[in-house]
Design a protein. Structure first.
Length: 273
């Protein structure tokens, strides 16, 4: 099926933006994304036309929200004030990045894993856990695995996660599993909380600090006012904004601006020391 996406949309930049770790480029302008049991193969045909491997109803129900296609990123980028010269440059560099609406459980575990790990290393751990514990998905061209549910992980030990290269984060994953399985953390129920309360609920998981909680809020719950700050972004804030948080002026779009910062830092080798 062919679809038209007239707004800023760059699949290569999206998969390199540090928010999703299972999406891959298959070459020849073709990309694969997975959410739950849904697998999408999407191929760019021209500037605004794409071929997608799903039917119209699945595109509208699953993938249109996933890619945040109800929001104009062109309008958001165009509204950046002229005096914020660094952000204008970063937004130009990252044009086409979109905030993906991903599964809360997968994002919680993924960003626990992400601490002090490179993007390739995160991808590797997430794939090992999926292959060992997730449900098999057969497509026309390959065998894949869903990211496992908390119930599928309830009998896995810290040693099992260490075997998947999770390192010291294994204990944190175990705590997340226990809290979700027991019901002490209900990832669906907390979706109705305001931003600060949502982040506080996520921080009750061992090993989840303000940065990880903000990542989950942004990439799973669509809280685009949340702007996670890591060492890459903190370095830019110190260098370009004299240590003052630049995201506060952008309100509900702060998390989108954060992604432009992150992508720029990653692709221009901004020093973190």
């Amino acid at each position: 099926m062919e679809i038209c996406i007239p707004d800023l949309f760059d699949l290569e930049k999206i998969i390199d933006s540090g928010q999703c770790f299972r999406a891959v480029s298959l070459g020849k302008e073709t990309y694969r994304f997975i959410i739950g049991e849904q697998v999408l193969y999407i191929r760019k045909l021209s500037d605004e036309i794409y071929d997608v491997s799903c039917e119209q109803d699945i595109w509208e129900q699953v993938w249109r929200p996933y890619f945040d296609l109800g929001r104009s990123y062109r309008a958001i980028s165009s509204a950046i004030p002229a005096d914020d010269t660094f952000l204008r440059l970063a937004a130009q560099t990252g044009a086409g990045i979109r905030i993906l609406r991903q599964d809360p459980w997968e994002m919680l575990v993924t960003f626990i894993i992400s601490q002090r790990k490179s993007i390739p290393a995160i991808r590797s751990v997430v794939e090992m856990i999926s292959q060992r514990y997730g449900t098999k998905i057969e497509t026309q061209s390959e065998t894949l695995y869903r990211f496992p549910t908390a119930l599928q992980l309830k009998d896995a030990s810290a040693e099992d996660f260490i075997a998947c290269k999770a390192g010291y984060r294994a204990a944190y994953i175990c705590d997340a599993v226990q809290q979700v399985v027991s019901g002490s953390l209900n990832l669906n129920a907390i979706a109705s909380l305001p931003d600060e309360a949502l982040i506080a609920a996520l921080e009750k998981v061992r090993g989840v600090g303000v940065k990880v909680a903000n990542c989950v809020a942004l990439f799973a719950y669509g809280r685009t006012a949340c702007a996670p700050v890591d060492t890459w972004i903190q370095k830019i804030i110190q260098r370009e904004y004299r240590g003052r948080n630049p995201f506060e002026r952008y309100g509900a779009d702060a998390g989108i601006m954060q992604q432009y910062f992150f992508y720029y830092a990653q692709n221009h080798k901004v020093e973190t020391a």
